[in-house]
Design a protein around this ligand. Sequence first.
Ligand code: PNS
Length: 161
Amino acid sequence: MRRAVCPGSFDPITNGHLDIIERASKLYDVVHVVVAVNHNKQGMFSTEERIALIEETTAHLGNIEVEPHSGLLVDYCKQRGIPAIIKGLRAVSDFDYELQMAQMNHGLTGVETLFVPTSPTYSFLSSSLVKEVATLGGDVSHLLPGLVHRRLVERIAERRK
Ligand code: PNS
């Protein structure tokens, strides 16, 4: 079984994430989508909610496993014998930090990082920008899976109460 990890915060999953996960799912038998748990950062969605949104929006692919992980990503990979991490690269600005992480991760356990160029349609897209625009009343419906957009709109309305 050829397996790879797609890691991220996924707060929430966007069409950009989905593009990378879909492409990774064609290259590997199983893709583990790993939701990094950051106890110091309060997100828009809980880890459980993020996982549910990823599961629901990737169910059609049939070879995706979604799990939370706190701690080093390389430990997740090592515990399961997974040799590769897949990351999307949106623009040159992503490259510096992604290269640092890839080199650090390789130095720690030998895990490889493979970069997939994000579709130009989503090269400007990030979860944080989507949340900011949606909170300020902008239309982000074309940037998120329908279900995720509905839950984001609901969450923003709840927070206003
Ligand atoms: O979606 P994000 O927030 O850009 O994803 C960043 C993420 C979660 C992939 C990165 O922060 C990560 O791998 N975190 C897990 C902890 C870890 O291994 N840190 C050392 C990285 S070299």
